[in-house]
Unconditional design. Structure first.
Length: 82
């Protein structure tokens, strides 16, 4: 894949365990376009695409999945992440 568009998103969580749980929940959807990692209590997503419009769609999809993952992790922990 020739990359012509890239962005890095960072998300802060209350603790390392929460950041890692959210990262693991998102991992199946990364599919070669997203490389995610945790840095302490921070989730870092490096997103690449072949065009700006594809990047936009990938970011939109990632954020939608992120919202679901955050709600699932929060429900499992019995609290809100916000």
């Amino acid at each position: 894949m020739t990359v012509s568009a890239r962005c890095v998103l960072t998300f802060d969580y209350p603790d390392e365990a929460t950041a890692e749980a959210v990262r693991r929940a998102l991992a199946p959807d990364d599919a070669g376009f997203v490389r995610s990692r945790t840095e302490g209590a921070r989730l870092v997503a490096d997103i690449e695409a072949t065009s700006p419009m594809r990047l936009l769609h990938t970011v939109e999809d990632y954020l939608a999945c992120l919202g679901v993952a955050e709600r699932a992790v929060a429900a499992a922990k019995g609290r809100s992440l916000l």
